[in-house]
Write a protein that binds this ligand. Structure first.
Ligand code: MLT
Length: 405
């Protein structure tokens, strides 16, 4: 008789954004006349840039012609895209990454969930707390996280690195040395980031302890300050200790079309000298048939001169929303951070409300949806995340409503 993978049964509740989606649906059903504004999930609202749309049309037309039709994509991705990535995302930043170290995928969410598969089941992970839930959930599915404690909301075998106001929302080196360290900068959910010098220290730490860093750089396009690394490979020694996850969702609006990539340097080897690049290529070849040709052409267009200019304008649009949210909340007396190098604003909930109490309060009294900080981990309790990915009009309206509370 078949049995399910009982690691799945240990997972608490439902996925954070599914829970929020259900609550909002229920509220809307009960209150059909209310105009609910979502600043919850980090989903973009601006249409794809014209350069990307042109490229999509062209690629679709190619698929209608025998000579230019494409079937299965190469499983690591088309060279035209991987070469554009190398040139623009790495060479332009003085970082050494080659096209055969790039693995094109359907997005950073899948990659951030799947990458743990190539590590030993008894490897110990360290995560920031609060954290993007996918990192922990997928390690729990793989049986790597031990026992879940409902009261503390912590897993017994996970090393948590609390990121709170007291430490500037930046993780500190844990007392127990991890095997796998998840870092995300600019950070989801706090919107905080660390300097390139601080990131260098993590790279040195990982090399010294033979740990691997899984570096989620999905929000790098939002960096506005100097001395913040856009890629971990700007740091010396990162090629021997870091995997980087990248996304086209937030920098170019591909949340619906899906595209991302992962960098696994050939210099990255485990304690026995096994190269992770070959292992990930093996996994990719077995489990993935490549991102669609038309979407990879759209990705290539992001790196065209027009594409770069147009996507920069979109990022400026969202960062203007971030400024409106941050300044609006601060003027209403909220304690706020983030929103400078990231499209997320992190606020302390008022009047000692829990994160979920504030979620209900905001939904019911302002008809605004945000994300409860505690959904990202226990250190997020008492915090709340608002996203800058709404439209300008909705962002202004949401802030007016919040100020009137
Ligand atoms: C978020 O809201 O945290 C993100 O949009 C989720 C994601 O990128 O998967």
């Amino acid at each position: 008789m078949f049995k399910v993978n009982d690691n799945y049964l240990k997972l608490p509740g439902s996925y954070l954004f599914s829970t929020i989606g259900r609550k909002v649906r229920e509220y809307k059903e009960a209150n059909p006349d209310k105009d609910v504004i979502s600043l919850g999930i980090g989903d973009v609202t601006q249409p794809l840039a014209p350069a990307i749309i042109d490229s999509l049309h062209k690629a679709v037309d190619e698929m209608a012609v025998k000579e230019t039709f494409r079937g299965y994509a190469p499983d690591l991705g088309y060279e035209f895209l991987r070469n554009a990535i190398v040139k623009n995302d790495f060479e332009a930043r003085g970082a050494k990454v080659t096209a055969d170290e790039i693995f094109v995928s359907d997005g950073a969410k899948s990659d951030s969930g799947n990458i743990q598969e190539i590590f030993s089941a008894d490897n110990k992970i360290a995560v920031c707390d609060p954290v993007y839930p996918v990192y922990v959930d997928t390690n729990a599915m793989a049986g790597r996280t031990g026992v879940y404690n409902k009261d503390t909301e912590l897993w017994s075998d996970v090393i948590y690195m609390p990121c709170k106001a007291e430490n500037g929302f930046a993780p500190e080196f844990p007392s127990e040395v991890p095997d796998i360290i998840y870092l995300c900068f600019p950070n989801n959910p706090t919107g905080a980031t660390i300097t390139k010098d601080a990131l260098q220290k993590w790279v040195d730490y990982a090399n010294e302890h033979k740990a691997v860093i899984i570096y989620d750089a999905a929000y790098e396009a939002y960096i506005s300050e100097d001395n913040v690394a856009h890629t971990i490979y700007e740091c010396e020694g990162a090629r021997t200790c870091a995997i980087e996850l990248r996304s086209f969702s937030k920098n170019a609006g591909f949340t619906g079309t899906r595209l991302g990539y992962t960098v696994v340097p050939k210099d990255l080897k485990d304690a026995d000298g096994t190269a992770l690049n070959a292992l990930w290529a093996r996994r990719h070849g077995t489990k993935f048939n490549g991102a669609p040709y038309i979407i990879q052409r759209a990705g290539e267009a992001v790196y065209s001169e027009e594409g770069k200019r147009q996507t920069r304008e979109q990022i400026a649009y969202y960062m203007n929303n971030a400024k409106i949210i941050k300044e609006g909340l601060a003027s209403a007396g909220y304690s706020v951070s983030g929103g400078v190098n990231a499209p997320y604003i992190w606020l302390a909930t008022p009047n000692g409300m829990t994160s979920w109490e504030f979620f209900d309060h905001l939904l019911e009294n302002a008809n605004v949806v945000g994300t409860p900080g505690s959904g990202f981990g226990p250190s997020g309790e008492g915090y709340f995340r608002l996203t800058a990915f709404g439209t300008y009009e909705n962002t202004v309206e949401a802030l007016e409503r919040i100020k009137r509370l």
